[in-house]
Design a protein around this ligand. Structure first.
Ligand code: NAI
Length: 339
């Protein structure tokens, strides 16, 4: 029996999270879920976005399946996702992008993994307004990049490549302009590469890399980059394989790991029952791999892939005009899991 914290999240979160829990049950994995709140749902119930009970649960179980959390733009509370990553030092955000047969994207055979630094850079939370006569006249954000922070995430990317039989690590930077922050990341990448000479290493400037990902995505294998670039490039990678409804990520620390879809709470479709459950299912697949439940992970992944390839019951983000709901697609996946 595994103990896992379950955070349904906001917007479309609860519907897709509960679908994913059913997939795990159907694949026969015994998990005791400790359901906890965070984000807007927690503000409504406890008045705070990240209640102590949620943190206590995570400290106990050390692993979570998490739905998306809403963060208001501008004022209001800080991102709970960023707070969770910093609280548990979840330094590596691992986001695989693998093609699905049956999607409408023109790209085929995409198979790349973005390893994004998850606690530093421009997301370190060091920012402020400069005011004069009651008005903001400027705003400053400071990117914090440390040697230790670079070493652990770049080393993680190389070890990931090694363990997953991947051939190449591409370090993505902007050291031509950001001489210090991106420069340090690049310097440590070059140092680390010397310890992994059996893995090919290359460097790309982020803007050119974005273009290359669109023109020739097949050249990429594992990419490692700083927080903001990783955030942007992983959404780009999601677009290559067919959209945000399909891809998941793992937030990995030394002690705790949190698995989640790459997408957000999708307020534009929340409550309409049309959210694609795939990204959350793939988060559950990554969770099961992490727990060593590899067979169940493959069973769910193959079921999801089969339903998408078949195309008869997929949500409208995958097939415009489709009347298939989240629950209908989830039922089709459950039928393929076969229990
Ligand atoms: P979003 O990812 O929620 O939505 C972007 C677009 O993708 C929307 O058109 C949405 O309908 C669509 N989409 C997303 N997931 C989908 C799914 N499963 N099925 C079908 N369509 C889907 O990004 P947005 O609108 O920028 O952010 C909304 C909120 O989510 C914000 O408060 C943001 O801060 C938060 N967010 C949370 C994340 C997390 O908890 N890890 C990650 C990204 C955003």
């Amino acid at each position: 029996m595994h103990n896992v914290t379950l955070i349904p999240g906001d917007g479309i979160g609860p519907e897709i999270t509960h679908a994913a829990v059913r997939f795990v049950e159907a694949a026969g994995v015994a998990i005791e879920w400790d359901e906890q709140l965070a984000g807007l749902a927690a503000v409504e119930k406890y008045g705070v976005p990240l209640p102590e009970s949620t943190l206590t649960s995570l400290r106990r179980t050390k692993v979570a399946l998490k739905g998306p959390l809403t963060t208001p733009v501008g004022g209001g509370f800080r991102s709970v996702n960023v707070a969770l990553r910093q609280e548990f030092d979840l330094f590596a955000n691992v986001r695989p992008a693998l093609s699905f047969s049956g999607t409408q994207t023109p790209y085929r055979d995409i198979n790349l993994v973005i390893v994004r630094e998850n606690t530093e850079g421009l997301y370190a939370g060091v920012e402020h307004f400069i005011k004069a006569q009651g008005k903001s006249i400027a705003a400053e954000s400071i990117a914090v990049v440390t040697r230790a922070g670079c070493e652990r995430v770049i080393d993680y990317a190389f070890r990931y490549a090694e363990q997953n039989r991947r051939q190449k690590v591409t370090l993505v930077h902007k050291a031509n302009i950001l001489k210090c922050t991106s420069g340090l990341f690049l310097e440590i990448g070059r140092e680390t590469a010397q310890r992994y000479t059996h893995i090919q290493f290359e460097e790309r400037i982020v803007d050119a890399c974005a273009m290359q990902m669109v023109l020739h995505p097949e050249q990429f294998d594992v990419l490692v980059t700083t927080n903001l670039f990783g955030d942007i490039l992983s959404d780009l990678a999601a677009g290559l394989v067919g959209g945000l409804g399909l891809v998941a990520g793992a937030n990995i620390g030394h002690d705790v790991a949190i698995f989640e879809p790459v997408h957000g709470s999708a307020p534009d479709i929340a409550g309409r029952g049309i959210a694609n459950p795939t990204a959350m299912a793939m988060a559950a697949v990554m969770l099961l791999d992490h727990l060593g439940e590899v067979q169940a992970a493959r069973q769910i992944e193959q079921a999801v892939r089969a339903v998408i390839e078949d195309g008869a019951c997929v949500t409208p983000d995958l097939k415009p005009g489709s009347a298939c709901t989240t629950w209908q697609m989830a039922e089709a996946i459950l039928a393929k899991i076969g229990r």
